[in-house]
Design a protein around this ligand. Sequence first.
Ligand SMILES: [Zn+2]
Length: 173
Amino acid sequence: MQGAYTDILSRIDEPPAWFDDNGVPRYGPFSPDMVTCIHANEIVLIRIECQGCQTSFDVAMTVPRASQPLKDGPDAPMLRDYIAQRALHYGDPPNILCCDPGPSMNSIPRVVLEYWFRPVAMGYGLGCHWPRRVDDDGVPYAPSTALLNPRYAMNFQRDPAMEGIDLTPDWAV
Ligand SMILES: [Zn+2]
């Protein structure tokens, strides 16, 4: 169960726009600068549903969580690996009392809305001895040639190829 934040919810007379990586209701537009984990190398905004009442929530994640281990992939899997394998798991939905059991219900991950990453997390902008992440065929990820400039390696870059991906796990189909 997540924190309730009733003090915030009771003072703002509109529904939250999204919930940050601590499950805190947020009311402005989502931006990678708005999450609380300043060390995050990846940020994903996904839509989930309360398993009890189907209320949908847009929630940010900065750390991968999965209900079971990934089938394969790199040693240090990133959020993008969990997305690709539809293994991302959010857990208890934000605690807004959407339904009586809601805060202690599970949630169903539905779709990736936004995906952001720091190119440095993929090896860009680091020394030439740092390995870049490669796909199964050994081809390095190439998010954008502009990112080969190390100056931008720490700046969040949006990857539309990771967005719109259906996250619905097999158990919820
Ligand atoms: Zn609910």
